[in-house]
Design a protein around this ligand. Structure first.
Ligand SMILES: [Mg+2]
Length: 199
């Protein structure tokens, strides 16, 4: 069984680093992660879609930004992922932008290697992820953005897990399972691997 994981917001702490950058650009003081209730920022007291997209573009050209992201998961989680990866059962699927000025593939793979994934397999796409997830034969998929979760749930056979975040808290979908800790991935894996008893 192949497991597919998004990177940012699932294993890498994109948001904290991104909010720090926004803080320095805006000079309005700290921006708490809890205030981010959606990625269109429509309801935010002072963040606008325009400034956010400007910073998104800025970081997409900055390899150091991605190199320095913190991990969201534990050492034990990483070592269990490495086991999966060694048996060719783990892929990462990300919307990180590919730029001509540096290799985001290399930067992302090095980051994953630093966390113990010896031979990471990473797919970069700007398309919706569902078709790729289906074509790769991913059976269990995790993403923090509810838009991606919904699209993958509706366009692939994968069971979709969505880690709880403030910006996805209002989303519900019958085929998307909200999880509260990353370890639930392994519980779901075991369940899927256990043959169902004959009726
Ligand atoms: Mg993400």
């Amino acid at each position: 069984m192949i497991v597919g994981l998004d990177i940012d917001g699932v294993v890498a702490d994109f948001l904290s680093a991104f909010l720090k950058l926004l803080e320095t650009r805006l000079g309005n003081g700290p921006i708490e992660t809890e205030t981010i209730r959606s990625f269109n920022f429509k309801d935010h007291p002072f963040l606008t879609e325009e400034i956010v997209w400007k910073c998104m573009e800025e970081v997409s050209y900055n390899p150091a930004f991605w190199e320095n992201l913190s991990s969201l998961i534990s050492l034990e989680d990483w070592s269990r992922l490495e086991e999966l990866s060694r048996s060719a059962k783990l892929v990462f699927v990300t919307h990180r932008h590919v730029r001509e000025t540096y290799s985001i593939d290399e930067v992302s793979s090095n980051w994953l290697r630093r966390h113990g994934i010896s031979r990471p397999v990473v797919y970069f796409t700007q398309e919706p992820k569902g078709k790729l997830v289906q074509d790769l034969g991913v059976r269990l998929f995790m993403d923090d953005r509810y838009e991606n979760c919904q699209e993958v749930a509706e366009n692939s056979q994968a069971l979709v897990l969505m880690p709880h975040r403030t910006y996805n808290q209002d989303f519900h979908h019958p085929r998307v399972q909200r999880i509260w800790s990353f370890q639930e991935l392994f519980t779901h894996m075991e369940k899927l691997n256990t043959p169902k008893p004959c009726p």
